[in-house]
Design a protein around this ligand. Structure first.
Ligand code: BGC
Length: 341
């Protein structure tokens, strides 16, 4: 038993209110043998909190989130949510597959951001506890937000005794479609609600990034990070705005980034099978009623979103995000927490 009397490695469910349409929402919590914990909501398949020890041994929550379901419903920052069917911006809100063009819902002016109006983050998913795994599922119907094909999606969370959070995404479509799933956790390794991320350092193992136009839409060009502010090949302070997709050429599970707070001593290493990582320094964050009464303003957290490259279906030189009928989709993201002196 841990200090709180909870059995380590076991997911515990508790009610988390009801949505505005009367659906019950559940919060799932797991602790490991050192008392470090993770919370996940079935609403939006959302990571709600991660409590890990700082350099003094005190557990602090390093993930931005809310205390009330109403704030998740009305918020527009995707705090901790799973993003689907396609992460990022899709110019012109359309995709073309085998010569056929599908108009998508345009939830941001004339383009689509993060899967459309409801995406995958504004639904209650169905949850099952399977041993140490929490498995959340939803069926995205043919035509949802404009995407072709029914898509069965599952997201599996697990939390190890060495404080590694694994998130595994699987999907299966009954027609060709496009898929790029991620989650959208904002980290503040000095503690959620405890100032900005300006003193954090970030190391990204990527030589290249995808260029954006003035509207943050993909131009199709892949550029070198060398001699630009986006060169994070050596860890450096995250004290300026970043909102870019970094490109990896490695396949399989690979180290993508390391985030560190010298204030708390907490470090996090992100590994993934995904070819891209969106780094967004939360420069437009505005959450007036966050966890524990905190107010999150600009740069209160950095979102690290391991994903396919944005708008990949439009750019043949990008790693494909087309999911063929009956071919399983599988991606993994791991967040490993530790403390440095
Ligand atoms: C995007 C940002 C966007 C944020 C919240 C991030 O993934 O890169 O441009 O503002 O999500 O929607």
């Amino acid at each position: 038993m841990s200090q709180t009397g909870v059995q380590p490695g076991v997911w515990i469910a508790r009610p988390f209110g009801t949505t505005s349409t009367g659906e019950a929402v559940t919060c799932y919590r797991i602790e490991n043998s050192s008392g470090a914990w993770v919370e996940v909501l079935d609403y939006g398949c959302t990571l709600r909190g991660i409590g890990v020890p700082d350099k003094t041994g005190q557990l602090i929550d390093v993930l931005l989130g809310y205390d009330n379901i109403g704030d998740y419903e009305s918020g527009d920052a995707y705090l901790g949510a799973v993003i689907g069917r396609c992460a990022g911006r899709i110019a012109g809100a359309k995709i073309t597959l085998s010569g056929k063009t599908y108009p998508l819902s345009a939830n941001c002016g004339d383009y689509q951001l993060h899967g459309g109006f409801r995406g995958f983050s504004r639904y209650v998913w169905s949850a099952k506890i399977r041993g140490g795994n929490l498995v959340l599922r939803r069926r995205s119907p043919d035509g949802e937000e404009g995407y072709p094909g029914n898509l069965e999606v599952s997201v599996t969370f697990s939390w190890s005794n060495s404080s590694v959070l694994s998130v595994e995404f699987t999907a299966f479509a009954d027609q060709d479609t496009v898929v790029s799933l991620t989650n959208h956790p904002y980290f503040n390794l000095s503690g959620a609600g405890n100032g900005t991320i300006d003193k954090h350092t970030l190391h990204v193992f990527a030589d290249e990034y995808t260029e954006l136009d003035e509207r943050n839409l993909i131009t199709g060009r892949i550029l070198q990070v060398e001699n630009t502010p986006l060169d994070f090949l050596r860890a450096k302070p995250l004290d300026f705005p970043v909102d870019y997709n970094f490109c990896f050429s490695r396949t399989g599970l690979h180290s993508a980034a390391r985030l560190y707070s010298p204030e708390s001593g907490i470090a996090m290493e992100l590994s993934t099978t995904q070819p891209g990582l969106q780094v967004y320094t939360g420069d437009f964050l505005s959450c007036p009623s966050a966890k524990g009464g905190a107010v999150y303003g600009p740069r209160s957290g950095v979102a690290l979103e391991a994903q396919g490259w944005p708008d990949a279906a439009a750019w043949p030189a990008f790693p494909s995000n087309i999911l063929r009928q009956d071919v399983p989709y599988q991606q993994r993201i791991e967040f490993a927490f530790s403390v440095r002196g």
